[in-house]
Design a protein around this ligand. Structure first.
Ligand code: ADP
Ligand code: MG
Length: 377
């Protein structure tokens, strides 16, 4: 049997560019270990250019990226409108895309739009599942109408933010809030505010990243839970993991950019999380329900905030979860009897199945006929 050919794409222009390399290395090893696929890798440089497989492989091996990208750019014809994605030709006739680009481009639906245009199968959710899940406001509105518990919130744009007083925010949401740009990740554009001044500064920060901002009631002293979900129409959940930043909620600590990526030595992980059975069942149920409501496919990680009374709030979906050695999504499946090799094999199968299912859909329509076009009466 000839081996199916996987195009693994990693990197990207988000703050998670380097995280993506670590995730991609683990995915690469797991895909190879199935013995069923051959892999061509493509790095997306921080400037948005897709690099050729040979240079991409060196970047995946953690060679210094800057000179490699600079060297590639000398080969690029800047006049060519497709120059940013030209390198993809080098894959030849591959069978499926495996995107490992966190944040912008990979997690907002952009790459999935390209895959659809190229009519190729790919691993993970379609454009709309990613795009909706990447937007914190749209996500909360969908969760809310579907009765999936999430924290109380207010949405503002630059105009309505001007008329919203801190006193009103405290009245509606309580005296500690989180302010978030609607479309961001990695705790970028996210702040915790407990005074009028902090609130003003938080809004200014968030509006740098989006014209739509979410203000959310803070869950006091939360434990943060994460659960993996994989599958298409009949998804399954992993065991639940937890992490906690000391002084979270009581002091000013939270899972900010520094705790996530710079120095996570103070973050306490618990795998699997020690939870009452009823909470475990509720969290798994909420995760599956959210996966369906958000129209997700393939893989996702659902994050929760558990309050002091063990009430879970769905925090956010992550549609292209991290797969580094630290990542809970990776480690949780081992406790769920699906090892990493079986996991990637399933993810690829889900990608092919979803593509085949979509190929059955009709895109035909009844033509108006030439003589009617342009005549509306
Ligand atoms: N409502 C909240 N109450 C308490 N902590 C929160 C709340 N919202 C966010 N946080 C803290 O901020 C972190 C980042 O927020 P999150 O919504 O997950 O954004 P991101 O997409 O940047 O990860 C969370 O992991 C948590 O530590
Ligand atoms: Mg988060």
């Amino acid at each position: 049997m000839t081996k199916k050919h996987v195009a693994l794409i990693f990197g990207g222009n988000s703050s998670e560019h380097d995280v993506s390399k670590r995730s991609a290395q683990n995915f690469y090893d797991a895909i190879l270990a199935t013995g069923k696929y051959r892999i061509t890798v493509f790095a997306i440089a921080q400037n948005g250019y897709v690099l050729d497989p040979e240079r991409s492989k060196r970047i995946l091996a953690l060679e210094d990226e800057r000179p490699i990208v600079a060297d590639y750019m000398t080969t690029v014809d800047q006049q060519d409108p497709l120059s940013r994605i030209n390198a993809l030709r080098a894959a030849g006739d591959f069978d499926i895309f495996f995107p490992v680009v966190h944040g912008n481009l990979g997690e907002d639906g952009t790459l999935q739009g390209l895959f659809k245009l190229l009519n190729k199968p790919y691993v993970g959710a379609p454009l709309r599942g990613h795009a909706v899940s990447f937007d914190k406001v749209l996500t909360k509105e969908l969760l809310t109408v579907n009765n999936i518990r999430n924290t109380k919130y207010i949405v503002v744009d630059e105009k309505t933010a001007k008329t919203l007083t801190w006193a009103q925010v405290v009245k509606d949401l309580g005296d500690v809030v989180f302010v978030k740009a609607a479309n961001q990740g990695s705790s970028v554009g996210v702040s915790r505010a407990k005074t009028a001044d902090e609130f003003e500064a938080a809004l200014t920060d968030s509006f740098q990243y989006d014209y739509k901002v979410l203000i959310e009631a803070a869950v006091k002293g939360p434990r943060e839970l994460e659960v993996g979900v994989i599958g298409n129409e009949d998804p399954i959940v992993s065991e639940i993991g937890a992490h906690h930043v000391p002084n979270q909620g009581d002091g000013d600590a939270w899972y900010d950019y520094n705790n996530k990526f710079v120095d996570n030595s103070s973050v306490q992980f618990e795998i699997p999380a020690n939870l009452p059975d009823a909470v475990t069942a509720e969290v798994k149920d909420m995760a599956l329900k959210a996966y369906k409501v958000l129209d997700l496919r393939g893989e996702a990680r659902m994050d929760f905030l558990l309050d002091e009374n063990n009430v879970p709030y769905l925090g956010e979906p992550n549609t292209l979860p991290g797969f580094t050695n630290m990542s809970l999504f990776k480690r949780l499946w081992d406790y769920s009897d699906i090892d990493n090799v079986e996991l990637v094999d399933k993810l690829i199968d889900y990608g092919f199945a979803e593509f085949e299912k979509n190929a059955q859909l009709s895109y035909e329509f009844v033509s108006l006929g030439e003589e009617k076009i342009g005549k509306f009466n």
